[in-house]
Ligand binder design. Sequence first.
Ligand SMILES: Nc1nc(=O)c2c([nH]1)NC[C@@H]1CN(c3ccc(C(=O)N[C@@H](CCC(=O)O)C(=O)O)cc3)CN21
Ligand SMILES: CC(C)C(=O)C(=O)O
Length: 316
Amino acid sequence: MSVRPQEVVQASNSKETSPVVTTAARKKITIQSLRQLAHAKTPIAMLTAYDFPTGRACEAYGVDVTLVGDSLAQVCLGYDSTTRLTMDEMTHHTRAVSRGSTIPLLVADMPFGSYHASAEDAVRNAVRLVSEGHAEAVKMEGGEEIAGTVRRLTGMGIPVMAHVGLLPQRHTSLSGYKVQGRTAASAQGVLHSALALQDAGAFSIVLEAIPHRLGTYITSKLAIPTIGIGAGPGCSGQVLVWSDVMSTWAGHKAKFVRRFADVQAESERGVRGYISAVREGTFPDPKREGYEMDIAEWELLLKMEGDEGWSGPSAM
Ligand SMILES: Nc1nc(=O)c2c([nH]1)NC[C@@H]1CN(c3ccc(C(=O)N[C@@H](CCC(=O)O)C(=O)O)cc3)CN21
Ligand SMILES: CC(C)C(=O)C(=O)O
């Protein structure tokens, strides 16, 4: 049925020295190989996934980093904000993605509220995403105020991807989803946050919705890879939400979104085609989509039921 992860790993067991990822031969993506990609100026491709098939697709088609983003709340679970997402939901979906994922680095978002109340809370919840969810790293939104938490988690061996710029979990206090770093003072704030988070041990950092010049500038000032979403081509890599890439998200389209496929149109074609065939009686076709029964057994059944000569419902 499906390609087993083991077979993919064996196929990639070549002696290549370059960490460059191809579909033919791929090695496990690690924090070290991401750093090598960034230093070689080979852009890193990160994409979100929310369940087993999307995790499998990221793996099979060559994504470097698979993110179980808390956009899960909106694009999969139908909540109006990422702040509704619970640890139970994030853990459940991360575990599903992990079943289809071995090669990409698997990162899970820390849900809103799961890392703010105390360092103990952050540790417990991050550990849960790793041990129960099978995530390899966690992502957290915030600046200097979460540096202590980042230090605590990295210190105990849980890799942290930081996230600065537009912080969707704070859309209420920020009065909406707004581009950040447009003034010199705001840009300096984003840069200093990024530096503080790198200093606290973050292995990579998402830059969301900031001017592209600032994305390039921050990337040049950091030793760790930057992953941009609406932060320009000068970042070490890019990330987008699966449902935006596939055109399956019917809600708001941010300026940074590019739709690379129209899965929505294909879904409509499939659903409408199925309904029409059912209503027209052309599905199922008993020859192609049905099962046969030995005629002697059939005659015997009719005899057992005292229904010899039965020739279908119209004869009743
Ligand atoms: N489908 C989807 N894609 C995402 O990228 C995404 C989610 N959902 N949900 C969680 C967060 C929310 N995100 C968002 C949401 C809206 C904007 C947005 O509308 N930005 C304005 C900026 C306007 C301005 O300040 O000038 C835009 O028009 O791009 C950006 C990021 C990113 N994340
Ligand atoms: C858009 C990415 C960076 C994210 O945080 C999410 O998917 O929630």
